[in-house]
Design a binder for this molecule. Structure first.
Ligand SMILES: Nc1ncnc2c1ncn2[C@@H]1O[C@H](COP(=O)(O)OP(=O)(O)OP(=O)(O)O)[C@@H](O)[C@H]1O
Ligand SMILES: Nc1nc2c(ncn2[C@@H]2O[C@H](COP(=O)(O)O)[C@@H](O)[C@H]2O)c(=O)[nH]1
Length: 189
């Protein structure tokens, strides 16, 4: 795919990917653009269709996958998620650096494509902190929270595999983590 090298953000649910990438895109709005994924999960308060996600039904998403419209897709915590070719192309057409926020399965699948992104893992300082942040976010049912915490344990181990990620940022203090991210991506602090 043409254009500057995309950036993949991955890491456990609740690690702080959205928080960090929103901060980055606010500061560098003419540099980065977000690849708006599709999902079958219900919108959270404040989330906008077409901005945070394309919120779709399972039937519509499966039909689009079958039609070859997705670069990757995955089932996570009981919902479908996926990156459409159109989402990435829309960012690249503006000559912006495309940012993808995807789970571990997405990382594995993107590695089989020719997208060639920089892979960044955002990790929590501990499982206890992760659980607290997810609970305090108040977006998940107990069932969804437990699924996300179980997935997080696998994700944390995956992130330790040599060569999977180019950069690992531990999101302890938000300001410190942001500075490390900015340094890694732009060489500025
Ligand atoms: N460094 C931090 N210190 C304290 N709280 C934080 C920090 N970073 C993020 N948070 C908070 O933790 C919660 C989870 O962050 P966020 O939603 O960005 O995670 P995420 O990795 O994008 O999760 P998901 O994968 O579920 O979308 C949010 O309520 C956010 O405000
Ligand atoms: N494989 C993909 N994973 C995705 C995509 N968009 C988001 N995600 C990941 O899903 C979980 C949960 O997100 P949430 O918004 O419900 O909290 C998180 O880890 C995201 O990174 C995608 O297109 N493909």
């Amino acid at each position: 795919m043409a254009g500057p090298r995309p950036v993949v953000f991955s890491g456990p649910s609740g690690a702080g990917k959205s928080t960090l990438l929103k901060k980055l895109m606010k500061e560098y709005e003419n540099v980065f653009g977000f690849s708006v994924s599709h999902t079958t999960r219900k919108p959270r308060p404040g989330e906008e269709n077409g901005k945070d996600y394309h919120f779709v039904t399972r039937e519509a998403m499966q039909a689009a996958i079958n039609n070859g419209e997705f670069i990757e897709n995955a089932e996570f915590s009981g919902n479908m998620y996926g990156t459409s070719k159109a989402a990435v192309q829309a960012v690249q057409a503006k000559n912006l650096i495309c940012i993808l926020d995807i789970d571990m399965q997405g990382v594995k699948n993107i590695k089989k494509t020719d997208l060639n992104p920089i892979y960044i893992s955002i990790q929590p300082p501990s499982m206890e902190t992760l659980e607290k942040r997810l609970r305090d976010r108040k977006t998940e049912s107990e069932e969804s929270l437990q699924k996300r915490l179980n997935a997080a344990k696998v994700d944390i181990e995956f992130s330790k595999e040599p060569g999977v990620f180019d950069v690992i940022v531990i999101n302890d203090s938000l300001e410190d983590a942001y500075e490390r991210l900015r340094q890694a991506l732009l060489g500025v602090s």
